[in-house]
Design a protein around this ligand. Structure first.
Ligand code: CA
Length: 368
């Protein structure tokens, strides 16, 4: 058949007829499958956040809702807050063991199991949210993250981003490094290690434990996320000064891990739906934080009379120097950590030059 005649026949008979006429066995099987009642999947998502917690918990809910809607209900996802099915810090094991199919958390919580995990959430004085997404999606980061989680039967995904966090809540002013000596502060991950070297006492507490610990004096200071979440926790009631910037978490990536076996049991279209829903939620969360943080900051400063402070440059310079030490040492934990940091460090050195001539230059111009 001549090409022109063939196209004419296609148009006349319709694509479906043409598909059947020249279809392979595979095409016919796919067509038959579409006619069958479709299998449904009941999934569980465990999270490290309090149920429905603004931004983080609702971000997890959003992934579940997207998966259900995009799959036409073929996958139903029940979301559990921290402590409902498993504790906040048991999320990784629960998904790894298949007790839940999805887990929403922050990779730095798992650095005790996987030394390089922190590099996939946030690194002190590291990448911003935009730069993290660039490294993960287009700079080789995802392949390394997959390598790190593979032994645990998990597929990692960036599942949200808080943007630049705040430096934290303090009951005294931080005028010099001296003011950090003996300071008991809730600050997880590599940032906590930096604080320790600066003379402080870092503690890792789940979100729900922060307010009572600060109230009872078990903590002198805490970081949590940013104005939106910190307002919701009422931290302004138990601390007076609110410091910026969040040098320890310049653009924290949340994660949505998938149990690999459960994922592999899904047909290809549902696999694509799960991945795409998580990717959409990753972008959505950053937009939400950007919109809500500025509203919440206004409320904190104007209604609750919170004292906003910038860390002095001298303190930031010292913390940056200690951060470099801590990160370089963390990179020596094992071969994979070295590989991950080498990739991220190279990317950071390059992207910083672009950020400087693009966003940084623009932000400076805007503020003139
Ligand atoms: Ca934080």
């Amino acid at each position: 058949m001549k090409r022109r005649d063939f196209l004419g026949a296609m148009a006349g008979a319709g694509a479906a007829t043409a598909l059947t006429a020249c279809g392979s066995n595979e095409d016919n099987a796919a067509a038959a499958a579409v006619m069958q009642p479709q299998k449904t999947y009941q999934w569980k998502m465990v999270t490290t956040w309090p149920k429905n917690f603004p931004g983080l918990g609702t971000g997890a809910n959003h992934i579940a809702q997207l998966i259900e809607a995009m799959s036409g209900g073929r996958i139903q996802v029940k979301v559990f807050g921290a402590g409902e099915l498993v504790g906040a810090f048991e999320v990784f094991d629960a998904v790894s063991q298949g007790n839940a199919q999805l887990g929403h958390a922050g990779a730095y919580y798992w650095r005790g199991k996987i030394p390089c995990a922190s590099f996939f959430s946030s690194v002190p004085f590291g990448l911003t949210a935009q730069e993290m997404n660039a490294w993960l999606y287009y700079g080789g980061g995802m392949a390394l993250w997959e390598e790190a989680y593979k032994p645990f039967g998990l597929l990692p995904n960036p599942g949200g981003n808080s943007g630049t966090q705040m430096g934290g809540w303090f009951n005294k002013e931080i005028r010099s490094l001296q003011d950090l000596q003996g300071l008991k502060m809730r600050i997880p991950g590599l940032g906590g290690e930096v604080l320790k070297r600066a003379g402080g006492v870092p503690l890792t507490l789940a979100g729900g434990e922060i307010f009572p610990s600060l109230q009872s004096g078990a903590l002198d200071a805490t970081e949590w996320v940013g104005p939106y979440n910190d307002l919701a926790f009422g931290l302004y009631k138990v601390a007076k000064y609110y410091y910026t910037p969040g040098w320890h978490e310049p653009g924290t990536t949340m994660e949505c891990m998938i149990n690999e076996q459960a994922f592999n049991e899904l047909p290809k279209d549902l696999q694509a739906i799960v991945r795409t829903a998580i990717k959409a939620a990753n972008a959505e969360m950053l937009a939400e934080y950007t919109a809500r943080n500025q509203q919440a900051l206004h409320t904190l400063v104007h209604e609750h009379k919170v004292e906003l402070r910038h860390f002095p440059d001298e303190v930031l310079r010292a913390l940056k120097s200690l951060s470099q030490e801590v990160v370089e040492e963390a990179a020596k934990a094992d071969a994979l950590s070295a590989k991950v940091w080498a990739s991220q460090k190279t990317f950071k050195e390059q992207v910083m030059q672009w950020t400087e001539v693009s966003e940084f230059a623009y932000l400076r111009a805007r503020a003139l």
